[in-house]
Ligand binder design. Structure first.
Ligand code: 5AD
Length: 460
């Protein structure tokens, strides 16, 4: 009864939450299995950002419920955003569910499983389902921090939870609650422990990291708490790279732009969700910036870091988006030359202000606009990767590549994936790789022998 399979939907925050649930469960004596069929317990960690994400998880849970009918000892749980968003409605819809635990309750999952299993053993199958969605009183402690675990060359670190913005399309303030930050000292301690265990790169996570600590931590020398955190992380010996996601363009003030020119560990990469290239649509989305202001921000960042890489989120088919609005999005998309983007078809989320508007852009048009942007993205990503052929890039070696004997995977500071021959002992090392080939998504190369210890065995 102790083999658990966790399936994760959605963003990096969800990945990080699942990672910590797995870690907590292991230390409670559960084993985490890689295949659903091998599990006695399946936990779905869910996403609510779009209807499609919810439907996928509901479909999966329905399917698993059938397995529960064949084997009453099988345990099925739904965690995270959809649990928080839909609550007891999920139990009405899927009466076979054993556990529904919200976004502030991940740390309670081992207790809940222990209780469910104990009551199954005592009373036989079908204990009462557990619904746990309450707000955590000490909510800071409910933000997952690494407790123990395997070495991770690149690790996610949650620095805050929640979002106070009121983007009209977005369900996240409901699923993740209001903003609350972990203290800087806790985060630094966590990263130092990670680094002592071999981590070289951290990605700071939060729904709106640029608002980190704004209510709890004072500005110092006009520097926001987020920039103060970056500065302190930059001082940690053995840490090589710092990334973060997601910021809000409005939170990218001068102090943060300037940090890109000053903090050597901060990678030249910014994921800056723009959502639309039309001021009219931005206004309807309640995004508090104009396209001009956004473009200026991109120019400012390029001025301090000419080699900057940009990634973004775009929603196509927001209510009222005309061909002309969409054309503006395409123009902006090309002018900035995004290297990476996540493009979403607008999906009304019940309870958000935009859900009151008529969802008037037909599905086919949303799909068409999605495809148009993906084509532009493909062209831009291919071009950027091709420009790297012949250069030497600093790579953090992460893991063996999925394919190819003796091949390893690492990333450039600009987050481009590179495949190259190397050896196991280089995992976690920074190496120089000469880029030889490129495609839309991947670079291929070989270790550059100038100035680095390649660690490759030389036959004598
Ligand atoms: N429909 C489509 N996309 C959405 N996103 C958030 N809410 C919606 C929605 N209702 C997208 C935004 C956000 C990303 C995480 O998901 O682009 O930045």
């Amino acid at each position: 009864m102790n083999r658990v399979y966790i399936k994760t939907y959605g963003c990096q925050m969800n990945q990080r939450d699942s990672e910590q649930v797995a870690c907590d469960l292991r230390s409670r004596g559960y084993s985490i299995v890689q295949h659903e069929e091998d599990a006695d317990v399946v936990l779905l960690n869910t996403c609510s950002v779009r209807d499609q994400a919810e439907q996928k998880a509901i479909g999966k849970a329905g399917h698993l419920a059938r397995r529960k009918r064949e084997n009453p000892n099988f345990v099925l749980g739904i965690l995270g955003c959809m649990a928080q968003n839909r609550g007891s409605e999920l139990l009405d819809r899927l009466p076979d569910l054993d556990l529904v635990a919200g976004t502030q309750k991940f740390h309670r999952v081992p207790d809940h499983l222990d209780n469910l299993i104990a009551s199954m053993n005592a009373q036989g199958p079908r204990p009462t389902s557990i619904l746990d969605l309450e707000e955590e009183l000490d909510s800071q402690n409910a933000i997952n921090s690494h407790k123990a675990g395997e070495r991770q060359v690149s690790a996610f670190v949650s620095i805050m939870q929640g979002c106070n913005m009121k983007c009209t399309f977005c369900i996240v303030p409901k699923t993740r609650g209001p903003e609350r930050a972990r203290p800087i000292a806790h985060i630094i301690q966590e990263v130092e422990t990670l680094v002592a265990n071999g981590t070289r790169e951290v990605t700071l996570l939060g729904q709106i990291v640029t608002s980190y600590g704004r209510r709890e931590i004072p500005f110092i020398d006009k520097k926001s708490p987020f920039v103060q955190l970056l500065e302190q992380l930059n001082e940690i010996d053995g840490l090589e790279r710092i990334r973060f996601t997601s910021p809000h363009p409005r939170g990218f003030k001068e102090d943060l732009v300037e940090a890109y020119g000053r903090l050597d560990k901060l990678c030249e990469y910014a994921h800056l969700p723009v959502q639309s290239g039309s001021d009219r649509i931005l206004k309807a989305m309640n995004r508090p910036y104009s396209v001009d202001r956004y473009m200026q921000l991109v120019r400012d960042l390029r001025a301090v870091q000419p080699d900057m890489y940009f990634s973004t989120d775009i929603i196509v088919g927001f209510p009222g988006e005309t061909d002309q609005d969409f054309q503006m999005t395409c123009d902006m998309f090309e002018e900035i030359g995004f290297d990476m983007a996540f493009i979403f078809k607008y999906s009304p989320r019940s309870g958000t202000p935009a859900a009151e508007l008529h969802d008037d852009v037909p599905k086919t048009v949303k799909e068409e606009r999605n495809q148009i942007l993906l084509k532009i993205l493909e062209k831009q990503s291919r071009r950027r990767n091709a420009s790297l052929v012949g250069t030497i890039q600093e790579i953090l070696v992460e893991c063996p590549a999925r394919k190819g004997e003796g091949m390893f995977m690492g990333r450039t500071r600009g987050f481009r994936k590179v495949i190259f021959p190397a050896s196991q002992r280089l995992i976690g090392e920074m190496v120089d790789v000469e880029i030889e080939e490129s495609s839309v998504t991947t670079l291929k190369g070989r270790l550059s022998l100038t100035g680095v210890d390649t660690g490759m065995a030389v036959a004598t």
